[in-house]
Design a protein around this ligand. Structure first.
Ligand SMILES: CSC[C@H]1O[C@H](OP(=O)(O)O)[C@H](O)[C@@H]1O
Ligand SMILES: Nc1ncnc2[nH]cnc12
Length: 295
């Protein structure tokens, strides 16, 4: 592992975020992945001299629903494009009366209730178990918080994001259950994205932008796409301002991640070298190349 790296900032734009303002030398480019088709081409560019790579999570034109996203290909192409950190920008419903629409939550925990998605790069032929105890990178969270404060955003540091399968919104009983579990926001996409980012040794942070009160709040109508899109349009311009502010804060050459995100695979692979499947090893070249090459 080098002493110093120059960060490349990956940005995953969720609902309502299909482009990034102010990118210089911008170019949409297709990046091939052995894991299949990512959501779209990647938008390469620089912001104040810092290299950025943007991916619209659902594709331009919002074509792909949460359960059909190829999360593995999306993370793999960001890694192949040289990203060292990934900032996820996502629309969410609020499960907490203190987090009204328009609030930005810098998430620090997830509960993963998804069940119909490929969740790991590691399969038969190479088994690995990474830690997800702390799924978000605190260093990126610090930068997000500093940027949010600098542009006077209504934000909260810390919060638990419940990831549901969707695409239908929750029943009232589910919404109440997640509130009883202490969850703050609900969405459909950040898992397995965060798990795969961890396996790919990428620092990952989520800014969850509240669009609605889901369906539990006695004084608010149950969530609809209309309501989400209306608030998302207002949130999107704030999200773009946040990106413009945070990227320069993250661009300076840095040492290894203090939380170890970039070393997540150290001691994670259980399968001895002799038992590993060569075809799977080839697919893992980008996400796990650091540890596989060293083996
Ligand atoms: C359009 S409302 C539901 C949709 O929005 C969120 O997507 P993303 O996280 O990509 O912003 C939510 O998770 C659902 O997929
Ligand atoms: N209430 C909600 N449930 C799930 N995903 C959402 N995205 C935005 N609002 C949501």
């Amino acid at each position: 592992m080098p002493d110093q790296i120059t960060p490349v900032i990956g940005l995953i734009g969720g609902s309502g975020l299909y482009d990034i303002d102010g990118l210089q030398d911008r170019e949409w480019r297709r990046v091939e992945s052995p894991w299949g088709e990512p959501s779209d081409e990647l938008l390469f560019g620089t912001l104040d001299g810092v290299r950025c790579v943007f991916l619209p999570r659902h594709g331009r034109g919002h074509r792909i629903p949460p359960s059909e996203l190829n999360y593995r290909a999306n993370i793999d192409v960001l890694k192949r494009a040289g990203c060292t950190e990934v900032l996820s920008l996502s629309a969410v419903g609020s499960l907490n009366g203190d987090l009204p629409p328009g609030t930005f939550v810098i998430v620090d925990q997830f509960i993963d209730r998804t069940f119909a998605r490929k969740k790991s790069f590691f399969e038969t032929g190479c088994v690995a178990h990474v830690s997800m105890a702390h799924p978000l990178c605190p260093r990126l969270g610090d930068a997000m918080e500093a940027a949010a404060r600098a542009i006077d955003l209504k934000y909260k540091r810390g919060g638990t994001y419940l990831v549901m399968e969707g695409p239908q919104f929750s029943t009232k009983a589910e919404s109440e259950l997640y509130r009883a579990w202490g969850c703050d926001v609900i969405g459909m996409t950040n898992m397995p994205e965060a798990k795969l980012a961890r396996e790919a040794e990428l620092c990952y942070a989520t800014v969850a932008m509240v669009t609605d009160f889901d369906c539990w709040h006695p004084d608010h109508d149950a969530v609809t796409v209309d309501a989400v899109v209306k608030v998302m349009t207002e949130n999107a311009s704030r999200a773009k301002a946040l990106v413009r502010r945070v990227v320069p804060m993250l661009g300076a050459p840095r040492g290894p991640c203090p939380s170890g995100c970039d070393r997540a695979l150290d001691n994670a692979i259980v399968t001895p070298e002799a038992n590993r499947d060569p075809a799977l090893m080839a697919k893992l070249d980008a996400v796990a190349g650091r540890v596989l090459k060293a083996a």
